[in-house]
Design a binder for this molecule. Structure first.
Ligand code: AMP
Length: 191
């Protein structure tokens, strides 16, 4: 299996690059943000539980997020592999993912971290706001999301670095150039 984590702050381009990776490697895309938004628009019980946290730009508790992710992996038993986008966002989530994959005799192949400055992120999300209709792209909420990233999510990087799985890619530049770099990394991981 080819299991990739696409890592980076809000607005780093994870969604865009994930889409390209899925098309190229035929992987199943798991975006916890998309899953939560699906629950909210379908007004499920889970959606009701998490909607305020998401609207406020705060992280959803690990227990809820991990359970939802595991269910999604289980739904895709025949998959060649997965792209995890927006997960893990805490060290506890990273550990839970490792344990869960190990129980299925699998593991994370590699982690690609998109490196983007805070200034660039703010500009990008302001542009995205105009078309995305996401309440959490609002400037105050965005500030909170970036804060959550630098307080909690950034600690996931050393976790994977210690495992020798982390590769950083400059996330500023032409989308195709960034994708070409990611492809090179993935091809090296699988050769
Ligand atoms: P995203 O689309 O990845 O930016 O996620 C949107 C929002 O969903 C985040 O700001 C969090 O509130 C929530 N969320 C998504 N993924 C996670 C996660 N792995 N852990 C906790 N909360 C998450």
């Amino acid at each position: 299996m080819l299991n990739l984590v696409l890592f980076g702050p809000p607005g780093a381009g994870k969604g865009t690059q994930s889409q390209k990776l899925i098309d190229h490697y035929q992987l199943v895309h798991i975006s916890t943000g998309d899953l939560f938004r699906g629950h909210i628009s379908n007004q499920t019980e889970l959606g009701q539980q998490v909607s305020k946290l998401i609207a406020d730009g705060e992280l959803v508790p690990d227990s809820i997020t991990i359970a939802m992710l595991e269910e999604e992996i289980n739904k895709n038993r025949g998959a060649k592999g997965f792209i995890f986008d927006g997960f893990p966002r805490t060290v506890a989530q990273a550990q839970a993912l490792d344990d869960f994959l190990e129980s299925k005799r699998s593991n994370i192949t590699g982690v690609i971290a998109l490196d983007v400055t805070e200034e660039e992120l703010t500009t990008r999300i302001a542009k995205r706001k105009a078309i995305s209709n996401r309440a959490d792209d609002d400037s105050e909420k965005l500030k909170k999301r970036i804060e959550e990233y630098f307080n909690k999510t950034i600690h996931v990087l050393p976790y994977y670095e210690e495992q020798g799985k982390l590769t950083k890619v400059n996330g500023i530049g032409d989308i195709e150039d960034i994708f070409a770099q990611i492809r090179q990394i993935v091809d090296r991981l699988t050769s």
